[in-house]
Design a protein around this ligand. Structure first.
Ligand code: GDP
Length: 530
């Protein structure tokens, strides 16, 4: 098969949602369609169980599952589908942000009763900033929930999206009759039996046909006709170009648990969702169908076996094909590396493969060469962009609790930061190290892993910082205002891992003061501003 055909058939995407909206259930049903798994219950939830946040076994369990479910690949109708796992827990949000740099589109799952929730808002915002094509799936229609039109309004307002429904529910909860599929122009009647739910669709191109009354009650038929009239009046017709550019988001309704509305979602998804997209590097835009291989590391996972400190680096292939045992250039280190056992992912298994194509993810065994964001090529010097760090929410000093193990501690911190577990800042004036995280849970993960994987002990000390702001140096480094800022804020200046200057502000007020006093100074809330 030609490279072009291989690339065209690929669909690499992520499912995002607030915890409990049904991401795991939907993923599992999608895998069932691909024949990748035989029964329900095979996909494990990577959720941190409620109330278990300080239980180290729970963290380890979660890490184990997260390796297994990092990429779930399957074939469906001539397409190769790669689902990239995104942790729903807010303490791991940064992991999800990074994964979003490797997807070509996303499906957003929303609970019909709860509507738009906090975590959905944050994740969708990141997708919107990057114009990632999104399809919305409103789940749990078998339960009583919000009115469909109210929900569509809520999605538009809270998430800033421009939706167009491609299916519409007939009733809801106890009274849930089924779904009219606007995209395929047919009706799917709901029955409690999830097997039947997949098969029984009735073609229905003319919604005014009296046959509708024979399928659903007179009252339901009248409501559906009214609803659809309103849908056609209020919402624009589906426009694929608008969807692909992030300007319009189609919406499907269904019930993942009952396998209802999932086939419709998947069939439409494979048809409209983008095949691998071009990606910007600092040097140029790279097209997926270029012959030469390029790719970048978006996730690093430490091995579960503490005796082998090797790690798995997840590489998204941007162009061409990746071959086993072929030397590739690691552009940051400027050296060629060969990989004898690259892993490809299939359902919940990983296997060594000889060749993978643009859009696919390969897992490379690594002994410390990779950092998140690293680029691999066949020789051209390229640096893919687009994995910014955001300001952490929590900051603590990290202290060495075992003076005999300071080397181990350094190495451990270094490697954990490369994995993207948290961010490290080193204070300019005294060299103390500060760890910044999105959630408090990471501090426990770090402490536990330092001890179990590196034999080092650490303790923390609170550092009441409000936000990290990246400081853009002025054109003239001797600018008197800039020098004054550096002197006055000396104790709050630090370097991030890339050596960029960061101002650790202790309050929103102090950021405002700095802005007023030094209007020319450029402060940024993500590390990606150059
Ligand atoms: P995640 O946290 O987003 O991965 O959510 P899960 O897939 O684990 O689902 C959370 C809970 O909602 C589980 O108890 C599911 O059984 C339930 N659930 C998922 N989909 C549906 C649905 O369509 N209807 C109903 N009633 N429950 C559902």
């Amino acid at each position: 098969m030609s490279l072009e055909t291989e690339i065209q058939k690929r669909r690499t995407f992520g499912i995002i949602s607030h915890p409990d909206a049904g991401k795991t259930t939907l993923t599992e049903k999608l895998l069932l369609f691909g024949g990748a798994i035989q029964e329900a219950g095979a996909v494990k939830s990577n959720k941190i169980k409620k109330g278990a946040t300080s239980d180290f076994m729970e963290i380890e369990r979660q890490r184990g599952i997260s390796v297994a479910t990092s990429v779930l690949a399957f074939n469906y109708k001539e397409h190769k589908i790669n689902i990239l796992d995104t942790p729903g827990h807010k303490d791991f949000a940064e992991d999800t942000f990074r994964t979003l740099t490797a997807v070509d589109s996303v499906i957003v799952v929303i609970d019909v009763a709860k509507g738009v929730e906090e975590q959905t808002e944050k994740l969708v915002e990141v997708c919107r900033m990057r114009n990632i094509p999104m399809i919305v799936f409103i789940n749990k229609l078998d339960r009583e929930g919000k009115d469909a039109f109210d929900l569509l309004d809520e999605v538009e307002q809270k998430l800033g999206l421009h939706v167009t429904p491609l299916s519409f529910p007939i009733g809801m909860g106890y009274d849930f009759k089924g779904i009219y599929n606007i995209w395929e122009k047919n009706i799917n009647l709901f029955s409690g039996d999830s097997r039947k739910n997949i098969e029984e669709t009735i073609s229905f191109s003319d919604i005014n046909s009296p046959e509708l009354e024979q399928l659903i009650s007179e009252q339901s038929a009248a409501t559906l006709r009214n609803d659809l009239e309103l849908v056609y009046e209020v919402y624009p017709a589906f426009d694929r170009a608008a969807y692909l550019s992030g300007a319009q988001q189609p919406v499907f309704f269904g019930s993942a648990l009952n396998n209802f509305g999932v086939r419709e979602l998947l069939d439409c998804f494979v048809e409209i969702a983008p095949s691998p997209l071009p990606k910007a590097s600092e040097e140029r835009l790279v097209q997926p169908n270029e012959k030469a291989f390029t790719g970048f590391v978006f996730k690093i996972h430490a091995n579960m076996d503490p005796n082998h400190r090797d790690r798995l680096a997840f590489v998204k292939i941007v162009s061409g094909s990746f071959e086993r045992n072929k030397p590739y250039l690691h552009t940051r280190l400027g050296k060629k590396l060969k990989f004898s056992s690259p892993n490809a992912f299939f359902a919940e298994k990983k296997e060594v493969v000889d060749i993978s194509y643009a859009g696919d993810i390969v897992g490379l065994h690594d002994t410390g060469n990779f950092k998140i964001g690293d680029t691999l090529t066949e020789g051209e010097v390229l640096h893919f962009r687009g994995i910014p760090s955001f300001s952490p929410e929590h900051f603590r000093y990290i202290n060495n609790a075992d003076p005999l193990k300071s080397k181990q501690l350094e190495k451990g911190i270094d490697q954990l930061m490369d994995e993207g577990v948290a961010q490290l800042f080193t204070l300019d004036f005294n060299g103390r190290k500060v760890i910044g995280t999105v959630g408090a849970l990471q501090y426990e993960v770090i402490q536990y892993r330092l001890e179990h994987e590196y034999g080092a002990k650490c303790s923390y000390e609170n550092f009441p910082i409000y936000k990290a702001c990246w400081v853009e140096a002025p054109e003239n480094p001797k600018d008197p205002d800039y020098l004054d800022f550096l002197r006055v804020k000396q104790k709050f200046l630090a370097r991030d891992k890339q050596g960029q200057l960061v101002f650790l502000a202790d309050s929103a007020f102090s950021i405002e003061m700095v802005k007023q006093k030094y209007p020319q100074l450029k402060l940024h809330f993500t590390s990606e501003f150059l």
